[in-house]
Write a protein that binds this ligand. Sequence first.
Ligand code: AMP
Length: 513
Amino acid sequence: MAEGHAIGIDLGTTYSCVAVWQDDHAEIIANDHGNRTTRSYVTFTESKRLVGDEAFNQVGRFPANSIFDAKRLIGRKFSEDSVQKDKKLWPFKVIEGPADKPMIAVTHRGEEKKFSAEDISSMVLAKMREIAESYLCSKISEKNAVITVPSYFNDSQRQATIEAGKLAGLKVLRILNEPTAAAIAYGIDKKAGRFNKRNVIIFDWGGGTLDVSLLTIGHGAFDVKSTAGDTHLGGEDLDNRMVNYCVEEFKRKQNVDICGDAKALRKAKTACEKAKKALSFSFDTDIEIDSWYKGEDFHTNFTRDLFEEMNMDIFNKCMEPVKKCLEDAKMDISNVDDVVLVGGSSRIPKVQEILQEVFKGKELCKSMNPDEAVAYGAAVQAAVLSGNIAGKLRDFSLSDVIPMSLGIEVDEEKHMSVVIPRNTKIPIKNNESFTTFYDNQTAITFRVFEGESEFTKDNNYLGGFTIRDIPPARKGTVEADVCFSIDANGVLTVSAEILCTGQKKAITIHNDR
Ligand code: AMP
């Protein structure tokens, strides 16, 4: 078990937050600007590399060299739809790297440099580590950290996040699901979760992702029942809609299209995000962009009604994971005791209103700081994993689940046979036996997938291996024992053994596959 201080880091799409467990509570650590959350930005100026709020402050000057949203790229392939779509909106350049890996290209010190999403995330993580170290007036003991990810992150995205942690010089004690971390923060402060069992829904809507989890909490135990979400639905989608609106307005008024102008789009994004936040508290606001394009200013009044109308489909989409979560946990809304809001975008009144309607008028729990709850819970888990089991952490126990079904391709029609169904508690080990499917088959290829479709072509390929030199025999007579094992981080190892010969092979699914 790790000793000393360990930190919890919420590595967010737009903001990150770091916390440490001290004096029986989690302390959210402010950065050198006094902010308790730090922008997840990296900017390359002519001579320097800036990270965090400093990087954000230089975005206007270096739009093509200011990188954000690395979390939307991490663990993904360049050819994925979401990457192709996002690429069009980002002012920085994303190009195809080796093995279909997206790479971010910037100009630094007169040269083109390429970075992976892991590289950029590691810079943000290193910044968070420094913030914690300067607060603790010490190096973090063995640099132990718990890092959170959306619960709907797949295996590749989790592996890539661990890799980013390592690159940042951190020892990643655990990858923790964000809504689980938020639930821990909620439960720990309610007398260390020692109240009688309650079913709690965590609705966590941040800058880039939506995560919903249903947990049973009580007597110090946090038991995740189900989880669902969308790794590509967040506050930034709302900002983009507003930017598009402003671009169209400008086109209409000035007859110029600024679509391809990275600097102008960046300015609009900052102004729109500010207006969006204001609309959570007032019914209308002004969007003002000084010398937006060729010295022309832009000004428009923006109402909450218009904001809601243009984003209604997104708000409604947010309710789908809520329903899926309840179905998977085999629970009805009447079984839910608390609905807890987490993530900056959960402040939007219309989202709260729709959520409240879904839960038949139930009061939503807004008592936690939605920007800090995830880091708070991560700090709890980091402390427990470092051997701190005193005070509120006494009796702490956590059981989490996997977000997607895992299985293997079984026949020539490419059906997927599920070995571990989604929402199974982890860690877990499951064995399944398979037989050869044609006569005299001398090799079996084990192809591992995650997803919910009965056909592997619609699921996500994770990796595979082949066992050869199997003695020829009639189909269905050679038996292979396949074992899927998932550790507490949600990382999967698959092994297979041909029972009649004892031949064995195994893989741990790595990010680079
Ligand atoms: P998180 O990833 O949880 O830090 O959430 C960040 C997202 O929340 C960003 O898209 C912010 O623009 C958004 N956000 C923060 N505060 C508000 C607010 N008052 N109203 C609407 N969105 C907000």
